[in-house]
Design a protein around this ligand. Structure first.
Ligand code: PEP
Ligand code: MG
Length: 757
């Protein structure tokens, strides 16, 4: 069963378009289940009709012509119930509806299974038979499994108008839904950025000069062949002759009569050599993988390996630095912070990532840099997006390709309105951050890149609540030395002098990777992260803390050191011991600095309930709500599929925050919050009412939050907090807060709600 499923899915994935794919499905299901009829009905775009899309057994001439009302017949019943309907004698069922064009008069047995993607019914797959009988459990299970697996492929095909990654090269005007990543609208042209040495990620690109491209390809093939010959010679005394023959087979595969010839044919049609190589290799791999013979099927991986080798040679000659023009919209399967650095800021208009969600670290960086971003656009046909006109709507999480005149007009208007709104906030820069009735709260910023500094100061930041030191580590190709770190940290402290700067010790792991220190884990967010890594590598921790302290010498600024991902008191004690050691050492070396305050981030549920024990050991606490929410709600912050469950207003989250506030204040220690929640104006009002001393956020949101806080009276905010803490539902809490915001004249902030945090 599994094998049949695998084969069908593979064939469907390789199909050229949706109709071909559906035709394969009905043919294979009919054969595999030995049934007389198999049909697929899909809901049309207005979701009002099922269209008869493909069949084996019924009248094929009616394909694409016959439609059923959404609630009509047994097909309608399957869709309505969103569960299978299995009948021995369909014609006596009250919902049976006879459609003469389909010629289904004689069929008695009926099994219909819904095709569901992301909770939405896309269509129904039906099998029918003349003989009166119920389809048995295993047949029903087969169809359910197949339908569940195909739903994603069908949804993707409907969104893009295409299925096959090997055949299609153009893209219709489309609208793709993702998750809001960073606010703003970008209108520009897409460029696909892809990780090197990964054939599956090579985008669709055309070449400039066909003859030159063929030469480049031929040279790459020759180099790959030389490598293979050398490998064969090296291993000649360790392998059997029949094993060595494999190397010859590889060399032949790269001949003009095989792979190379096919690639060159595609280059002559105008394709870039890497795109052409990808197409040819994928087609061969698909052919091998659909073979019955296990040995031949495995050969698919040999072909893929050959393709990778040639690709590596092509990429080694690739222009390392591309020239980016103004209005570049950078698109990637998985955007990384390093990719952001690839394009000069003045040229970078927007960002789009197939993977990730609004709480991913790259989205946080994009927000800080003020680049409109859409994350988690799972249906995006990446390989077709090279150099396409595009709109990125970072407010609603939408990407539009080939925008029409009306869309351009509408979005240009939004850009204008946003600019005017921003302009209007400028006047708040010099104003105090206090509520309408005079309660002050610190509005600090989160930083990481040096470019954050100017933006933060320009917007009137009162301190740095989180300096993500790992960003500098991520941009490097080795661990920075202690002296290099001193220079960077000193620049930061100087720029913000005389304000407080909270430097967080290296927080890698999860979705923050160092190219030179790879961490491979099944479950990275529950793995070796933050303080866990640096306590296991005291040499890295000590060098960093020493650098932070040394950097502060002679600067009139207030250094605070903060520890990430703490889950118990032992970690705090151990870290404090190392910090004391650093202070002793640098003092002995003659460096004169005040011992910095040390604080702990509360971002693991265990730390919430140990906040009282932890706070006794340090000078301050700061809630890392990004991680705290993901761990409390068991929602991967990087996974777009569960992004709707990532709720800042979840009652459990609010009660946990209140618990931490009480713990810190019970011993008179200051408490901040530096997750993205602090930058959401609605949440900021609740946090102010809870008693947080500092809200630290990306500088982009600073003035908006200041406006919200200055528009609210503390008494009213506290009453609202008391009310929502009695509620048991995140949506209700959010709505209550937003209604209050509207009453306070802050309705403008609700529209962009999804992305302000
Ligand atoms: C957090 O988890 O809220 C936080 C501020 O840290 P980061 O987003 O860098 O994990
Ligand atoms: Mg964190």
């Amino acid at each position: 069963m599994l094998e049949i499923l695998r084969r069908v899915i593979q064939e469907v994935n390789a199909a050229r378009d949706l109709n071909t794919a559906l035709d394969i499905i009905v043919a294979r299901v009919q054969a595999a289940m030995g049934t007389e009829v198999c049909t697929v009905y899909l809901l049309n775009d207005d979701r009002a009709h099922y269209v008869f899309m493909a069949t084996r057994g019924l009248n094929a001439d009616a394909v694409g012509k016959v439609t059923l009302e959404v609630g009509e017949g047994l097909v309608g019943l399957v869709g309505e119930r969103a569960e299978p309907v299995n009948l021995e004698n369909a014609s006596i069922h009250p919902r049976y509806h006879y459609v003469s064009e389909l010629a289904e008069d004689d069929y008695q047995a009926f099994l219909g299974v819904p095709i569901i993607h992301h909770r939405k019914v896309l269509g129904v797959i039906v099998v029918q038979q003349k003989q009166r009988r119920r389809y048995d459990d295993s047949e029903e299970a087969f169809l359910i499994t197949l339908s569940a697996q195909l739903a994603g492929v069908i949804a993707h095909a409907r969104a893009t108008g295409a299925l096959s990654i090997t055949e299609s090269s153009d893209l219709p005007a489309s609208r793709f839904a993702g998750k809001a990543g960073a606010p703003g609208v970008a209108i520009g042209t897409s460029i696909v950025i892809y990780p090197e040495a990964d054939l599956t990620k090579v985008p669709h690109r055309l070449c400039q000069d066909i003859d030159a491209e063929i030469t480049i390809f031929r040279n790459a093939v020759e180099e790959a062949k030389d490598d293979i010959r050398r490998m064969g010679q090296k291993l000649s005394d360790q392998l059997q002759p029949e094993e060595l023959a494999l190397f010859d087979a590889y060399l032949h595969m790269l001949d003009d009569s095989a792979i190379s010839g096919e690639v060159i044919t595609l280059i002559k049609e105008g394709l870039w050599s890497q795109t052409a190589l990808r197409r040819v290799i994928e087609a061969h791999v698909a052919t091998f993988e659909s073979m019955d013979d296990i040995y031949l099927r495995e050969r698919g991986s040999d072909v893929r390996d050959l393709g990778q080798r040639v690709l590596a040679k092509l990429q080694s000659k690739d222009e390392k630095r591309r020239i980016y023009s103004k209005g570049t919209i950078l698109i990637a399967d998985e955007l990384t912070p390093v990719m952001l650095a690839e394009v000069p800021r003045a040229k970078l208009a927007g960002l789009v990532s197939v993977k990730g969600s609004g709480s991913s670290h790259v989205a946080i960086l994009a927000k800080a840099m003020g680049i409109p971003t859409v994350m988690g656009v799972e249906d995006l046909p990446l390989h077709l997006l090279e150099q396409k006109p595009m709109i990125v709507d970072g407010f609603d999480g939408v990407v539009i390709t080939y925008p029409n005149k009306d869309q351009l007009k509408q979005y240009k208007r939004i850009v204008k309105e946003e600019a005017a709104f921003e302009q209007g906030l400028e006047s708040l820069k010099g104003e105090k951050s206090e509520t309408a009735d005079g309660h002050t709260i610190g509005l600090w910023v989160n930083t990481g890149l040096m470019t954050d500094v100017a933006r933060s100061l320009d917007r009137g930041a009162e301190g740095v609540g989180l300096y993500r030191t790992e960003v500098h580590f991520m941009m490097n190709d080795r661990f920075p030395t202690e002296d290099e770190q001193v220079a960077i940290y000193r620049q930061h402290l100087k720029a913000f002098s005389p304000l407080s700067v909270t430097m967080r010790t290296l927080d890698i792991g999860g979705d923050k990777a160092l190219s030179y220190f790879p961490i491979r884990e099944e479950n990275p967010f529950l793995g070796w992260r933050g303080i866990r890594v640096t306590l296991d590598h005291p040499e890295i921790f000590l060098a960093q803390v020493r650098a932070m302290m040394r950097a502060s010498e002679g600067i009139d600024a207030y250094l605070r050191i903060m520890l990430p991902m703490v889950s118990g008191t032992d970690e705090v004690d151990e870290a404090q011991k190392l910090i004391n050691q650093c202070y002793r050492e640098i003092t002995e070396e003659g460096v004169i600095v005040k011992k910095p305050d040390v604080g702990v981030m509360i971002e693991v549920p265990a730390a919430v309930y140990q906040a009282r024990d932890i706070v006794k050991r340090v000078d301050f606490l700061s809630v890392g709500s990004n991680d705290l929410i993901q761990y409390m709600l068991a929602v991967d912050r990087n996974n777009a599929r569960v992004a709707d469950l990532y709720q800042e207003f979840h009652p459990a989250v609010l009660h946990a925050l209140k618990y931490v506030v009480d713990a810190a204040h019970s011993v008179g220690k200051p408490l901040g919050i530096c997750g993205e929640m602090a930058g959401n104006p609605s949440a900021a009002i609740l946090l102010t009412a809870m008693g947080f001393d500092v809200l630290s956020m990306n500088s982009t949101n600073l003035l908006t939050v200041k406006w919200a806080i200055r528009s609210f009276e503390m008494g009213r905010a506290r009453q609202m907090l008391a009310d929502v803490l009695k509620m048991d539902n995140a949506q209700l809490i959010q709505k209550t807060v937003e209604d209050e915001m509207c009453k306070a004249g802050l309705g403008k902030l609700i529209r962009s709600r999804q992305v302000m945090h």
